[in-house]
Design a protein around this ligand. Structure first.
Ligand SMILES: NC(=O)c1ccc[n+]([C@@H]2O[C@H](COP(=O)([O-])OP(=O)(O)OC[C@H]3O[C@@H](n4cnc5c(N)ncnc54)[C@H](O)[C@@H]3O)[C@@H](O)[C@H]2O)c1
Length: 354
């Protein structure tokens, strides 16, 4: 049984603690939680009858968990991970891995030095329709890839941004691209391959925040395919969709729903016997935008730790995603097409506004 501890007991901690605390992950148990805010820690600790802490170092020393999940605000991921790594316990960190490439490099180096596996939560990669899409790509069922698009049409009102000081700031969060659409940007590049360049525009349409709530990005992939990222949290009055389409010379797949969970189109020129079943079986929209992926994600974490397997999204893979996000922000700031590999110069993500 692997012992898991949580650092950060805010919104997303409910999802993590429900899975680990209710025994939904085979081979894993919740043993302690920590938050700077004692009341938040107490609520989760009380629900699962585990000890709570306000100092993560005290928790690590007293509890000695096997794995610690970092669920703090995005701008603090790097400092928290770097100070936890010397305990030599494996670390799960929520998305985005961090906000600057320098921070990610610090995290990777420190985890490597201490023999710590770093897992970045990109749970949508584990949605069953997404896994099926990836298998079809690996089997070469699409032929030449033509176009990949993602749409994030979610609703985040001013009240959402006002819940906590870090939300919607450049220094600690970023906007719809780095916070919400990061899942879909990750899926797009995982499916379509490495990105050659991006050209992006953004706006702050319906809320009062430093960063963008709306963005449109044109992508060119190294294999010649084109892509579009459409991302907004200014959909009203409710969440509409989080979706991906992949179009190739021999087939089209579209996965929609709120959280890329609902197989909408599964259509290939060279049909296979189980195609109709795939379409029917994997078309379930989850009840909210978090989707179902966190359970499959934690099963993967346990499998990688117990069986010493390579994790799907490690620090380097997380870095690749952040490089793409940073390139999108660089393009917004410069008004230019930005080519990867790339070092940010004007991207504001992770930097203080002053
Ligand atoms: N994978 C997903 O679908 C998903 C969904 C929501 C949020 N997230 C990510 O999860 C992270 C947290 O988001 P949230 O909405 O839960 O934020 P939140 O503000 O509700 O919770 C963060 C908590 O971390 C605590 N904290 C900060 N620094 C700490 C420290 N050093 N030690 C202990 N506690 C500390 C804060 O007090 C706060 O209670 C963000 O990075 C966000 O991007 C991921």
């Amino acid at each position: 049984m692997l012992k898991f501890a949580l650092v950060g007991c805010g919104r997303i901690a409910k999802r993590h603690s429900d899975l680990l605390g209710h025994g939904e992950i085979a081979g894993a148990q919740l043993v302690a939680v920590c938050d700077l805010d004692a009341d938040r820690a107490k609520v989760i600790a009380g629900k699962f009858d585990v000890p709570h802490f306000t100092d993560m170092h005290e928790m690590m020393q007293k509890i000695e968990p096997d794995v610690v999940s970092v669920l703090t605000d995005s701008g603090s991921h790097a400092d928290v991970v770097v100070s936890l790594a010397p305990y030599g316990k494996h670390i799960v960190v929520e998305k985005p891995i961090a906000l600057t490439l320098d921070d990610v490099d610090r995290m990777i180096t420190t985890c490597d030095r201490n023999g710590v596996k770093l897992f970045v939560v990109q749970q949508n990669r584990f949605n069953v329709p997404v896994v099926k899409l990836r298998e079809a790509l690996d089997e070469g069922r699409f032929g030449k890839l033509v176009m990949g698009t993602v749409r994030v049409r979610w609703c985040r009102t001013q009240e959402y941004y006002d819940q906590d000081k870090w939300r919607g700031t450049w220094e600690r969060d970023g906007g719809v691209i780095s916070n919400q659409a990061i899942h879909h940007v990750d899926l797009l590049s995982w499916m379509m391959g490495d990105v050659e360049s991006v050209f992006a525009k953004s706006s702050t349409a319906l809320v009062d925040i430093e960063t963008e709530d709306t963005a449109a990005v044109i992508v060119r992939f190294r294999n010649g395919a084109l892509g579009i990222i459409e991302a907004t949290t200014a959909t009203r009055p409710t969440d509409l969709e989080g979706s991906i389409s992949v179009l190739g010379e021999k087939g089209t797949v579209e996965i929609g729903g709120f959280a890329v969970n609902e197989m909408k189109v599964w259509n290939f020129t060279e049909a296979q016997d189980n195609d109709a079943e795939t379409l029917e079986k994997y078309s379930v929209n989850p009840p909210n935008v978090y989707g179902f992926g966190h359970k499959a994600y934690y099963d993967h974490v346990v499998d990688c730790v117990v069986n010493k397997k390579q994790q799907l999204v490690d620090g380097l893979e997380g870095r690749k995603g952040l490089e793409l996000i940073s390139a999108i922000y660089e393009s917004v700031e410069t008004g230019q097409e930005v080519f990867l590999r790339f070092q940010p110069k004007r991207c504001r993500l992770g930097l203080s506004a002053s």
